[in-house]
Design a protein around this ligand. Structure first.
Ligand code: CA
Length: 480
């Protein structure tokens, strides 16, 4: 549950290692210097504003932050330099480990899922798919104190009006007694709990399924799963329909990806489409659109209305496809093959979280100081990969953690021909490459930790009183 795919992927980023820059720290803005005096003045103004009318004065004061949190402004302005390829995105979100966790969760919560299915009409595996992608089945909830994050976002930089509403809603949730104040932690943008609802979505759609009088999406799995089903139902879920399926396009077929352009199944049959295994299209979708996440050469899908309800959770087709695919694999209880039938159009597919851990362990063993082994390919790991590649003559030294690099580092040396064949290595590099095949050193003392981004900056804010009477701090560029 997020604002936009780009601005609020932080929790997911923590879960899947969403660092996209090949030059590791290029896209990360500096944390701004935020004035606490201005922050406290802003909070005084907010407390008396119309947006906080439903919040008791004592509630506001009890959870009032003593300091702003500059890191959330840093996250707000983080723009990844490169978009992550769909196969990298999916390989981490739908790996063997997550499918196995999902199968276990299906058995553990079978009775609850059955009653949820009969009340909301949402298939158990679809609820599990969302749960697995959103919070790794409740294991990754986000640790940022929500009131600090939302108060900071309410007072500084872009989108203050939106975050003021969410800040007020978060206070109302605690005031209602649904969630304990200590449990109000989440992503930098305020999504929290096992379903990663924003506070406004919580107030609209969270349900108390176990009947204890509280809607606890942090500690209570039945409440969390039922709230997810209630969300999908509210967004137009069709009981009994699949989300869609992988299909095979006929030879010579051309179309653009257009999920929203829904047609009848007989239309697609007439066009020559079949299921990916060659069987004819079933008749269990009332209408479907064609989804081509990597263009005409990659896996193709026909997707129905239920896919759209997954999409509405996070406004990203790749995200919805991760939920859809994970739910299928949990349904078939098959964790051995997580690929689609048609291969992605790449010669370097993505890696699972276990393979990411393998790479990190191998980097640590080789003397690269990347911190810990967490299966998350972040800036430090990418920088270390780049250093490793450069030192061993691997071309391009792009910091990419794909199947190729996994093979290379697990074998501990560079395979002849593993550098890009279309661009022959210069003679000296080739010599170096051959030498390094036989002389891999166990450590790399020349490696230095990447310098951390500075915590102070030239970013400054100016107080502006809006037409709604609320004072905001608006960023001003240096010199203006
Ligand atoms: Ca409850």
């Amino acid at each position: 549950m997020r604002l936009t795919p780009l601005s609020t992927l932080s929790l997911l980023a923590a879960a899947i290692g969403f660092s996209l820059a090949s030059t590791a720290q290029a896209a990360r803005p500096e944390a701004p210097n935020l004035s606490n005096t201005e922050f406290q003045q802003c909070l005084d103004d907010l407390k008396n504003s119309s947006k906080f009318r439903g919040v008791n004065s004592s509630t506001f004061d009890n959870y009032r932050p003593t300091q702003p949190d500059p890191s959330v402004i840093q996250s707000l302005n983080y723009q990844p330099e490169f978009q992550k390829d769909v196969w990298d995105y999916l390989s981490v979100l739908v790996d063997k480990e997550r499918v196995e966790d999902g199968i276990r969760a299906k058995r553990q919560w079978a009775d609850t899922l059955r009653s949820i299915e009969s009340r909301y009409g949402v298939k158990a595996e679809h609820v599990l798919g969302v749960w697995g992608v959103e919070s790794n089945f409740g294991q990754t909830l986000g640790k940022k104190p929500l009131f600090e994050s939302l108060a900071t976002l309410s007072c500084f930089d872009r989108r203050q009006s939106y975050f003021q509403g969410e800040y007020a809603n978060a206070l109302k949730i605690v005031q209602n007694g649904d969630i304990a104040p200590n449990d109000m932690t989440g992503s930098w943008a305020g999504a929290f709990g096992q379903t990663q609802f924003m506070p406004s979505t919580f107030l609209e759609l969270a349900v108390d399924f176990d009947g204890d009088g509280r809607r606890d999406l942090v500690n209570n799995v039945p409440d969390a799963l039922a709230s997810t089903a209630n969300f999908l139902d509210n967004r137009g879920y069709r009981t009994g329909e699949p989300w869609g399926y992988e299909v095979k396009l006929p030879n010579g077929f051309w179309a653009a990806s257009n999920r929203k352009d829904k047609k009848s199944i007989s239309h697609w049959r007439n066009q020559g489409l079949t299921l990916a295994n060659g069987n004819s299209l079933p008749s269990d979708l009332s209408s479907a659109g064609l989804l081509l996440p990597a263009g005409i050469e990659g896996p193709a899908f026909l997707v129905g209305k239920n896919f759209d309800t997954f999409y509405s959770y996070n406004a990203s087709e790749n995200y919805a496809l991760a939920i859809a695919h994970l739910s299928d694999l949990i349904t078939s209880e098959n964790s051995s093959k997580t690929d689609f039938i048609t291969a992605w159009p790449t010669d370097d597919p993505g890696i699972s979280r276990q393979q990411a851990k393998d790479i990190q362990q191998a980097l640590l063993n080789a003397g690269y100081d990347i911190g810990g082994v967490d299966g998350i390919i972040g800036d430090n790991t990418r920088t270390a990969i780049q250093q490793y590649q450069s030192s061993r003559g691997i071309f391009p030294a792009d910091g990419r953690a794909g199947q190729k690099f996994h093979r290379q580092i697990m074998q501990g040396h560079v395979q002849p021909g593993s550098s890009r064949p279309s661009m022959p290595a210069p003679a000296d590099r080739m010599g170096q490459l051959i030498q390094q095949q036989t002389t891999i050193t166990p450590s790399n003392p020349s490696y230095a930790s990447p310098s951390q981004p500075a915590t102070s900056s030239n970013v400054r804010y100016r107080r502006v009183v809006g037409i709604d009477g609320v004072t905001r701090l608006v960023r001003v560029d240096e010199g203006s």
